[in-house]
Every structure is written in C-alpha cells, then in structure tokens.
Design a binder for this molecule. Structure first.
Ligand code: ZN
Length: 551
C-alpha cells in the first residue's frame, strides 16, 4: 500500500511537469478522448476495411494529420498507401470425409474440423490423402530443433500440435518454457507446412495451449480470410491447398484408427529426437469451393522529415481497423466500434503527430501511420513493411500502440510479449524519468508479441515493440487493474461492447501517450541504433544489414 502511494505521488509530479515542457501545449487528454469518441461513433460503422467506415476513418486521419501540419507520406505524394487485399471465402459449406480402412465417415465443418484455403483456386479437391503427424511442426535450426526430419510432405496432410514442445513439459526446454515463441503460433505452422509443399495442414486444437476455446477456432475458421494480393505463383506457394484445425477428440480417433496413441506421441513430440509418424490406413478427403475477390484498403501515412538524417526513420503506428458490423449482441447492437481496440492507439498517434509537428524537428524522420487490416492478420503492417517509404535497414524503430486504457492512469506501462529488444529498456527508462515504471508482459503464454502490427517489422529484423497499458491502476492498484482488463477481454474485446462513453477517464491515455513521445523523441534525436539481444530470433536478420547503418 505504502509503495503504491509513493509511486502515485511521483507520478502526479511527472504529469505536471509534462504539461509544461512539451510543444503545442503538450499531450491533451481531452483531444485523445475526442478522437476516440469520433472514431468509435456509429457513423464510422466499426471501421472495417473496404467499407464506408474505412472511408470515414481515412478521411478523418488525413484531416487531422493535415491540420497538424505534417507532410503526406503515402504513395505518389499522397496521404495513403494503397493496400491491395484479397478476400477469400468458401461458397457453400466445405465437406470432408475420413477414410479408415474401407470405411468412410463424413466430418462436419465447424464441429469436427475447420476447412479453409488461401490458395487462388476456384476449387480444392483432396482425395483420400495420407496423414502424417509431425509433432509441433517446427523447424528451428538456432534451437537445434526439427520436427520434420526427412519427412516429405508433398501430397500429404500434416497434423500438428498447437504451441511448442515446452508448453506441456515439466521443465523449460528449447522453447523458453510456457512463454510462446513464434514457432508456437498457428500462423507459423501454416507457413512452414507451405514451405514444405504439404497438400494440407491441420492443427490439433488444445484450449490451454492455444489460449482460446474451440468456439474461437470455429468462429474464425468459418469466416472469410484475407491476404495481401500477390502474383499467382507466389500466392500458390505461400499457402497450402488446405488449412484448418481439428478437435482433440477427432485426433484421438484418427490416431487410434491407425493403431497409434495420440497422448503417447504428443509426449514424444516434446523431445528433439521425435520422428514424424504416418497414420497408416487413415486418409482424408476434402472439397472446398472458393471465391476470391480483390479488395482495396489503405494505410494512412504522415511524415515529419528529419532535420539532419531524413533517410533514417522512426515509425509511430496503430491499426485503425476494427470488426465492422456483425450479428446483433444481447442488447441488439451490431456495430463493433473498437474504442479501446484500437481507437485509443489511433488517437495517440494523432496527438503525437500534432505535438511533434508543433515542436523542433527531430534529426531522424518520423512516420505516423494508421495501419489497415490488423485484425485480418497484420496485413496493412505487412504491406507497409514490405513496401516501406525508407529502407528497412534505416528504420531505427517501430513504436506501435495498442489498447490504451479508458480507466485512468496507471503507475506502469507495458509492452506486448518479451521482445528481447533494447526498446524495452528504453521504454523502462522513459517511464522512470516520469516517475513511473515498466512492466514486462505478465501473460507471455498468450503470445501477444506475435499478435500485433510491430511483429510485421520485427520478423524483417526492424527493432519494434507494441506499447500497451499497464495494470497497476492509480485507482485500486494491480488487482483492480487486472479485474478491469479481464472484464474487458471477457465481455467487450472485438465485440459491440467495446465502445466509448462519457465515463472515460483519459488521464491514462495521456500519460501513456506522453511516454511514447519521450521515447520517440529520444530515438529520433539519437545516433544510436536500437538492437535485438543476441538470443532474439530476429537478431541475425538485422545484423545482415549492419553495414548499411552509419553510427
Ligand atoms: Zn488491436
């Protein structure tokens, strides 16, 4: 209790100081609150990509950036970067049959299995293909791990476990214990199976290891998929013909039918010497009719050109998209307004743009970016990262913002996942200078490092973090903060309930935005380059471009 009081006092002092020493009158809590109110209003229809809500959102961002006096930083001297997307849905319900010896039984999409495809084809037909269990489906040379060994997956369907070999293990092993690495994410499993030319990949669901229930798998597994538009051959190579999930009950049945023990093989898959196992006598057929439609969406990009090192840059970003209009909730609401997720982040980017534009121009360029289609798989950020306005080698850092808190200020600030990047220590220092502190992500098992837009840059080696709210509420401490967050995730996250109302206390939005200002200000006026720690999976990629960065 005593400690909480002490940190609160320091914090109030820090905030008072903040108002005086920033350009443009400093970070304005009311401006942040107003931006959220507007972006989360019904007129914006939940800000889904490629809807009227997108147009409103893009217009609003351009208007604000322009009023702040920034330069356009998008395509051809404009404010937007076009992001060509493909929406892939299934026509009718996909069907699948399980073949066990001479017997065949139909599987129910959404109930036993989810069946999807991002391959650009009108129809996918798989006829009685063999199934191979490949453990966690991980090839991680730097961790001395390869689940595939010599297994050839062409013409076969890979069965993989979600998460990685450490999740259910008693001792931490090659994969950092229960904290999930990228190798544990479903996105990785799909990518790796595609690299190996598999005809399909099915993930065996596990509520604990996935961090969500089958209902979540079913909801996304029966919804349209989005991808960046790519050349046909590239899209064919990037995706397996079939992808999906199966229930653990179905997995048990498949393994038993092949005379194998699913539990025993899952335990073997915790060891590096695991060998893939073909499920003899078991086959899967599937048929999916596909519809691909091109869809245009946009990132909104503003720039403040650096005074002395304009070719070097810091990106400050947040995704503008939310879930649009869906089925009515219990109160009959259909719009998912995405107020916390992520109008708060966008509001912070707008306010940072205004304050930076009002002050002395930093040495490095600053880019203020609203990304599209984060909720569809970080697509806007991936597009920006692969079509960047400055060379990635000279992108010093990406400071992405997600889900600041409407419940007032906290003593701490957080970043998502354990990034093993110097930006985390920099953020801690910035917090300390304002009488606050940095909290490492308390929930590494949820894999948040891989679930926000900064990851699109991290995977290409650019030092990047997503900054989010802390839990140590000035009003009630950590326990109260945790309870509010749990209530939000249980009731409002991605739902109609994630709205703005007049009860919001924007003090936390302002305090957290101020720390991003301090951090960005320091990075943009430094000759120092942020670094990955040696054990980071992204360090080697960054090092490959070391000679392009002058000290
Ligand atoms: Zn978000």
């Amino acid at each position: 209790m005593h400690i909480v009081l002490l940190s609160s006092c320091l914090f109030v002092g820090g905030l008072a100081q903040a108002a005086n020493d920033l350009p443009g009158g400093g970070i304005d809590p009311q401006a942040l609150n107003r931006h959220v109110q507007v972006l989360a209003s019904d007129a914006f229809e939940g800000r889904a990509p490629a809807t009227a809500g997108e147009q409103r959102t893009v217009d609003y961002l351009i208007e604000q950036f322009s009023a702040a006096g920034l330069e356009p930083g998008g395509d051809d001297g404009g404010w937007v970067q076009q992001v060509p997307l493909v929406r892939a849905s299934t026509r009718g319900t996909p069907t699948a049959q399980l073949h066990i010896g001479a017997q065949t039984r139909a599987l129910v999409n959404g109930q036993d299995i989810t069946l999807q495809s991002l391959q650009p084809q009108a129809e996918i037909v798989l006829d009685n293909l063999p199934l191979v269990f490949v453990g966690h489906g991980i090839d991680a040379p730097e961790r001395g791990w390869n689940d595939y060994k010599q297994q050839d997956l062409r013409g076969k369907i890979a069965l993989v476990l979600i998460n990685d070999a450490d999740f259910h293990a008693e001792q931490p092993g090659a994969f950092d214990g229960r904290a999930v690495t990228y190798y544990g994410r479903w996105t990785y499993k799909y990518e790796e199976a595609a690299r190996r030319g598999a005809a399909g990949v099915l993930i065996v669901h596990d509520t604990a290891a996935a961090a969500y229930p089958w209902a979540t798998v079913r909801a996304s597994g029966t919804s349209p998929l989005f991808d960046i538009q790519r050349p046909h051959a590239e899209a064919m190579a990037a995706h397996t013909p079939l992808r999906g999930w199966i229930t653990p009950e179905l997995a048990q049945e498949l393994f038993a039918a092949a005379g194998q023990d699913f539990q025993a093989l899952s335990r073997q898959a915790m060891q590096a010497d695991f060998q893939p196992v073909a499920l003899a006598g078991v086959g899967l057929s599937a048929r999916l009719q596909l519809v691909q439609e091109p869809v245009q969406s946009r990132n909104v990009v503003a720039r403040l050109r650096g005074s002395s090192h304009a070719d070097e840059a810091v990106v400050i970003s947040a995704h503008w998209d939310s879930y649009g209009i869906g089925q009515a909730d219990a109160q009959g609401r259909t719009i998912r307004p995405g107020a916390v997720d992520n109008a708060t982040g966008v509001a912070a980017v707008l306010e940072l743009a205004r304050v930076f534009a009002a002050g002395p121009v930093p040495q490095r360029s600053l880019y203020f970016v609203g990304f599209t289609a984060e909720e569809k798989g970080l697509l806007g950020a991936n597009y920006f990262a692969t079509h960047p306005p400055v060379a990635l080698a000279k992108l010093a850092a990406v400071l992405n913002i997600e889900m600041f808190s409407p419940d007032g200020a906290s003593a701490d600030i957080a970043s998502w996942g354990r990034g093993r990047v110097s930006l985390e220590a920099d953020l801690a220092e910035a917090a300390k200078a304002r009488g606050r502190y940095y909290s490492p992500d308390p929930d590494l098992e949820a894999g948040f490092f891989y679930r926000a837009d900064h990851f699109a840059f991290a995977r290409l080696g650019v030092p990047a973090i997503t900054i989010g709210a802390g839990l140590d509420a000035l009003d009630g401490g950590i326990e109260a903060g945790r309870q509010r967050r749990q209530a939000y995730f249980a009731n409002c996250y991605h739902q109609a309930c994630d709205g703005w109302d007049a009860s919001w206390n924007p003090a936390g939005l302002a305090a957290d935005t101020l720390l991003v200002y301090d951090l960005a200000q320091r990075l943009a006026n430094s000759r120092h380059w942020p670094q990955w720690q040696a054990e980071s999976e992204f360090a080697a990629t960054r090092q490959a471009s070391n000679d392009q960065r002058s000290p």
